[in-house]
Write a protein that binds this ligand. Sequence first.
Ligand code: AMP
Length: 116
Amino acid sequence: MSNTTETIFSKIIRKEIPANIVYEDELALAFTDINPQAPVHILVIPKKPIINIANAKPEDQALLGHLLLTVRDVALQAGLENGYRVVMNTGADGGQTVNHLHIHILGSRPMSWPPG
Ligand code: AMP
Protein backbone atom coordinates (compact mmCIF):
# COMPACT_ATOMS: atom_id res chain seq x y z
CA MET A 1 0.00 0.00 0.00
CA SER A 2 1.48 3.34 -1.05
CA ASN A 3 1.50 6.32 1.31
CA THR A 4 0.17 8.78 -1.22
CA THR A 5 -3.36 10.10 -0.79
CA GLU A 6 -3.83 10.24 -4.59
CA THR A 7 -5.62 6.99 -5.45
CA ILE A 8 -8.05 5.50 -7.92
CA PHE A 9 -10.79 6.89 -5.66
CA SER A 10 -9.45 10.45 -6.20
CA LYS A 11 -10.07 9.91 -9.92
CA ILE A 12 -13.60 8.65 -9.21
CA ILE A 13 -14.30 11.74 -7.05
CA ARG A 14 -13.06 14.00 -9.89
CA LYS A 15 -15.12 11.94 -12.42
CA GLU A 16 -11.95 11.15 -14.37
CA ILE A 17 -12.84 7.46 -14.43
CA PRO A 18 -16.34 6.02 -14.46
CA ALA A 19 -18.08 4.58 -11.43
CA ASN A 20 -21.65 3.60 -10.68
CA ILE A 21 -22.33 6.45 -8.26
CA VAL A 22 -25.40 5.82 -6.10
CA TYR A 23 -25.12 8.86 -3.78
CA GLU A 24 -23.17 12.11 -3.72
CA ASP A 25 -23.10 15.24 -1.60
CA GLU A 26 -20.50 17.90 -0.86
CA LEU A 27 -18.60 15.68 1.57
CA ALA A 28 -19.19 12.10 0.50
CA LEU A 29 -19.56 9.78 -2.45
CA ALA A 30 -21.01 6.26 -2.66
CA PHE A 31 -20.52 3.89 -5.59
CA THR A 32 -20.81 0.18 -6.27
CA ASP A 33 -17.70 -1.92 -5.76
CA ILE A 34 -16.11 -3.08 -9.02
CA ASN A 35 -15.48 -6.55 -7.54
CA PRO A 36 -18.61 -7.22 -5.48
CA GLN A 37 -18.40 -9.66 -2.58
CA ALA A 38 -22.16 -9.71 -2.01
CA PRO A 39 -25.24 -9.01 -4.18
CA VAL A 40 -25.13 -5.45 -2.79
CA HIS A 41 -21.60 -4.07 -2.31
CA ILE A 42 -21.29 -0.31 -2.07
CA LEU A 43 -18.36 1.85 -0.96
CA VAL A 44 -18.93 5.10 0.94
CA ILE A 45 -15.95 7.47 0.88
CA PRO A 46 -15.16 11.00 2.00
CA LYS A 47 -14.15 13.41 -0.73
CA LYS A 48 -11.36 14.51 1.62
CA PRO A 49 -8.39 12.17 1.03
CA ILE A 50 -8.02 10.60 4.49
CA ILE A 51 -5.89 7.44 4.17
CA ASN A 52 -7.88 5.36 6.67
CA ILE A 53 -9.48 5.60 10.09
CA ALA A 54 -6.06 5.24 11.74
CA ASN A 55 -5.05 8.49 10.05
CA ALA A 56 -8.20 10.44 10.88
CA LYS A 57 -7.79 13.65 12.90
CA PRO A 58 -9.94 15.17 15.64
CA GLU A 59 -11.16 17.74 13.09
CA ASP A 60 -12.59 14.86 11.03
CA GLN A 61 -15.14 14.00 13.75
CA ALA A 62 -18.14 15.56 12.02
CA LEU A 63 -17.12 14.15 8.64
CA LEU A 64 -16.82 10.64 10.07
CA GLY A 65 -20.28 10.92 11.62
CA HIS A 66 -21.60 12.14 8.29
CA LEU A 67 -20.11 9.08 6.56
CA LEU A 68 -21.85 6.71 8.98
CA LEU A 69 -25.20 8.44 8.50
CA THR A 70 -24.56 8.24 4.76
CA VAL A 71 -24.05 4.48 5.18
CA ARG A 72 -27.46 4.33 6.87
CA ASP A 73 -29.15 6.27 4.06
CA VAL A 74 -27.42 4.41 1.23
CA ALA A 75 -28.22 1.02 2.80
CA LEU A 76 -31.88 2.03 3.10
CA GLN A 77 -31.89 3.24 -0.50
CA ALA A 78 -30.38 -0.12 -1.55
CA GLY A 79 -33.24 -1.97 0.16
CA LEU A 80 -31.19 -3.65 2.89
CA GLU A 81 -34.05 -3.79 5.41
CA ASN A 82 -32.82 -7.17 6.71
CA GLY A 83 -29.47 -5.73 7.76
CA TYR A 84 -26.01 -5.56 6.28
CA ARG A 85 -22.32 -5.70 7.11
CA VAL A 86 -20.27 -2.47 7.46
CA VAL A 87 -16.51 -2.91 7.06
CA MET A 88 -13.52 -0.59 7.14
CA ASN A 89 -10.39 -2.48 6.12
CA THR A 90 -7.55 -0.53 7.72
CA GLY A 91 -3.87 -0.86 6.96
CA ALA A 92 -1.89 -3.91 5.91
CA ASP A 93 -3.24 -6.37 8.48
CA GLY A 94 -6.75 -5.04 7.89
CA GLY A 95 -6.51 -5.98 4.22
CA GLN A 96 -6.74 -2.40 2.93
CA THR A 97 -5.81 -2.17 -0.75
CA VAL A 98 -6.88 1.38 -1.62
CA ASN A 99 -5.22 4.13 0.37
CA HIS A 100 -8.34 6.31 0.71
CA LEU A 101 -10.72 5.73 3.64
CA HIS A 102 -13.75 3.74 2.51
CA ILE A 103 -16.65 2.03 4.22
CA HIS A 104 -17.90 -1.18 2.62
CA ILE A 105 -21.64 -1.87 2.78
CA LEU A 106 -22.27 -5.56 2.07
CA GLY A 107 -25.76 -6.97 1.92
CA SER A 108 -28.50 -9.08 0.37
CA ARG A 109 -26.96 -12.29 1.67
CA PRO A 110 -26.36 -13.62 5.19
CA MET A 111 -22.89 -12.76 6.52
CA SER A 112 -20.79 -15.21 8.48
CA TRP A 113 -18.70 -14.51 11.56
CA PRO A 114 -15.77 -14.40 12.21
CA PRO A 115 -14.62 -12.67 9.02
CA GLY A 116 -11.58 -14.05 7.21
P1 AMP B 1 -10.13 -2.55 0.43
O1 AMP B 1 -9.59 -3.89 0.04
O2 AMP B 1 -10.89 -2.52 1.70
O3 AMP B 1 -9.06 -1.47 0.37
O4 AMP B 1 -11.23 -2.22 -0.64
C1 AMP B 1 -10.99 -1.58 -1.84
C2 AMP B 1 -12.17 -1.89 -2.70
O5 AMP B 1 -12.17 -1.01 -3.80
C3 AMP B 1 -12.18 -3.32 -3.27
O6 AMP B 1 -13.35 -3.99 -2.81
C4 AMP B 1 -12.16 -3.09 -4.77
O7 AMP B 1 -12.94 -4.03 -5.47
C5 AMP B 1 -12.72 -1.69 -4.88
N1 AMP B 1 -12.32 -0.96 -6.08
C6 AMP B 1 -11.07 -0.80 -6.58
N2 AMP B 1 -11.10 -0.05 -7.68
C7 AMP B 1 -12.39 0.27 -7.89
C8 AMP B 1 -13.08 1.03 -8.88
N3 AMP B 1 -12.42 1.61 -9.90
N4 AMP B 1 -14.42 1.15 -8.78
C9 AMP B 1 -15.10 0.57 -7.78
N5 AMP B 1 -14.50 -0.15 -6.81
C10 AMP B 1 -13.18 -0.31 -6.87
